[in-house]
Design a protein around this ligand. Sequence first.
Ligand code: COA
Length: 337
Amino acid sequence: MTLSPKGTGHLTAGPVTNSRISGVGGYRPRRVVPNSEIVDRIDSSDEWIRERSGIIERRFAGEGESVIDMSVFAATPALEMAGVAPEDLDAVIVATVSWPYQTPAAAPMLAERLGTKGAAFDISAACAGYCHGISLASDMVRTGTARNVLVVGVERLSDFTSLDDRGTAFIFADGAGAAVVSQSDTVGIGPTVWGSDGAQWEAISQTESWIDVHEKNLGWPHIGMAGQTVFRWAVWGMAPVAQQALDAAGITADQLDAFIPHQANVRIIDAMAKKLALPPDLPIARDIAYTGNTSAASIPLAMERMVRHGEIPSGGLALQIGFGAGLSYAAQVVVIP
Ligand code: COA
């Protein structure tokens, strides 16, 4: 990048290239947890959970299976698909709310495990974290800050879920999804539409701050949720955001090849699809049935499954939208790798 002559107040170099997702990967822990394992402690039933959330089973990480381990398992196939060697990654972004260290971030350890010394940092935007990461990575690549960026959404939410909490015990789960964002000749990632509503900060939150946990000797904190508040916000608030992402990309719903929303609850997914008037035959991610709600991991996990099963075409257009604690959200249209 060269600077313009002194005093003119601008740079001569602008965006250098376009960006695209060049590879995706996913990791689902091996331990399958059916609804029957959850229901007794919350006085629920398999039928109720299926009907209210669409979840049939979820995965919990095994003993000692860390956020970093799961991230490596998701990143490795994503890098292979992208044809990018770890040393060619200029940055690693990890979106997570369940890495158990306040500092340092998970990303530097992941970068080390993969074999890159590139920039490495975490972002905390809960279920919207992956789409925030894709937005950052895309801008980094477009401006020449990085050639290839690894974005990982990963959660070990079983550590932060109370199995006695009727509102959350059946929802949250563990897993990792990854995408590589690379340089591209054509536009592969549309503009991101994002925002937050901090007035609803408490609608999904850790039940106690770390200070309270320490000072009041409260034991391990977990994530609490005002289910109906979140449900209403997602159903009424997120379809317009998804529509804005389509508008920003300059396309209409009938040009989509896939709709890949955050896997929060199948009723939210269905309501959004209806409000967006999506074509009836459009493939819609419903990975939640067998994976549960894996927060930051849910969108790349769902995309990885659809790509692997040949349900969506490479080169097609996918609308993805993440939303959750904050309350935060981010949406963009991407070209399917
Ligand atoms: N099992 C069985 N019954 C349950 C239950 C459970 N786990 N939780 C609540 N109920 C019962 C209640 O006791 C109540 O019974 P009543 O009508 O006899 O009084 C009834 O179900 C409705 O309770 P409510 O708390 O209003 O549940 P709901 O219909 O709002 O469903 C959620 C609960 C969590 C499924 C729903 O609010 C939801 O999907 N919210 C969005 C959650 C989400 O997607 N979060 C992720 C965002 S990132």
